[in-house]
Design a protein around this ligand. Structure first.
Ligand code: TRP
Length: 338
């Protein structure tokens, strides 16, 4: 069984874009692979955040992932900062990463523009920490969306560079390119659905009335009807394809082609099917969040399992990079004399 690693930021409010772009695939790969899934709180610190809120964001993220079907027994599910080896390997990789390769990262350039008042070194080094995440578990496969391909390329480069400098240690991780729908903002279908755009996203834990309201208000046609489907309508079809039965999708497509599609009908159907799909997730989430001690225990169990692997890797890495002070035979005479 190949080892799979992936990470997700603790936004605290995962949405259908996260689900269709990533989480759904995580749930699917669990059946065939040995999976390690991390809630990457250290990555979340690279942009301004409220420390008082972070713990709840982490717990809510964990509860949502489990609600979506991540099985914390079958897979290893844990919080990144609970396994200190991430930071340690990150530092070592820092020392073999060319600055230019970080400055070229499109995500860094975007985020630096977005947070001009706080372009910290963590934001620049973000992809090194990501490489450390993956290499710490010697993962062979990494399910990622297209926006992470460049970061994964750096992880591969760093594995190669480390092996070259210190001896064969890390496999080069491969992207596991899975079916991932690109879900757009409901209120601005030219941009990606995002937690930072209010009104753009449907949280996986949204109650039925909220789902219905968001879908009802979704932007459809903006200008006059053109030749091709407008981005808003295309986005609703993307969602319909993910949440509704194939016959339903076919029926609405046909109506669209005949020019007989009423957006209210499309929206009503979509909202109904989304409510049906998301209800079990919300219920499981609510249950887990009402028993946070159990949730914390589950994450502690995940961290223990992750740490066992991470420790072995770091022992090897420390040895290969010259951080181990030899054996007793090599101890200085002064120490041996007495
Ligand atoms: N940077 C990833 C994202 O924002 C999250 C992440 C952190 C990750 N470490 C990872 C993804 C390791 C894959 C592998 O989506």
């Amino acid at each position: 069984m190949a080892r799979v690693f992936s990470g997700i930021q603790p936004t605290g409010q995962l949405h259908v874009g996260n689900y269709l772009g990533a989480i759904r695939n995580w749930v699917a790969v669990q059946a065939e692979h040995d999976c390690v899934f991390s809630i990457v709180d250290l990555h979340a610190m690279t942009i301004p955040y409220d420390p008082a809120e972070l713990p709840q964001r982490v717990l809510a993220t964990a509860a949502t992932l489990i609600g979506c079907g991540i099985d914390p027994e079958r897979s290893i599910l844990y919080v990144q900062s609970h396994v200190r080896e991430h930071s340690e390997l990150c530092w070592i990789l820092n020392c073999i990463t060319p600055l230019g390769s970080l400055q070229r990262m499109t995500q860094f350039k975007d985020k630096a523009k977005q947070h001009q008042e706080n372009v910290n070194a963590g934001l620049l080094n973000y992809p090194i920490l990501q490489a450390a995440d993956i290499l710490l578990y010697k993962a062979a496969l990494v399910p990622v969306g297209e926006d992470q391909v460049q970061h994964l390329e750096l992880s591969r480069d760093l594995a190669r560079r480390f092996n070259h400098l210190f001896g064969e240690t890390f496999p080069e991780p491969q992207a596991l390119l899975t079916r991932a729908a690109r879900v757009m903002a409901l209120n601005d279908p030219t941009r990606k659905m995002s937690k930072s755009i209010p009104g753009s996203f449907v949280a996986l834990t949204a109650p039925p009335e909220e789902i219905q309201g968001l879908i009802r208000r979704a932007v459809t046609d903006t200008g006059p009807r053109g030749e091709s489907m407008s981005p808003g309508v295309a986005n609703l079809f993307t969602l319909l394809e993910s949440f509704s039965a194939p016959e339903t999708v076919a029926q609405f497509r046909e109506a669209y082609e005949q020019g007989a599609l009423r957006y209210v009908d499309l929206k009503q159907q979509l909202a109904e099917d989304m409510v049906r799909a998301l209800t079990p997730i919300r219920e499981r989430y609510t249950e887990l969040m009402s028993r946070q001690d159990e949730l914390k225990e589950l994450l502690a169990y995940g961290a223990d399992r992750a740490r066992a692997i991470a420790r072995d890797t770091m022992e090897e890495v420390r040895d290969k990079t010259g951080l181990v002070l030899g054996t007793s035979a090599a101890a200085p005479t002064a120490a041996r004399a007495t």
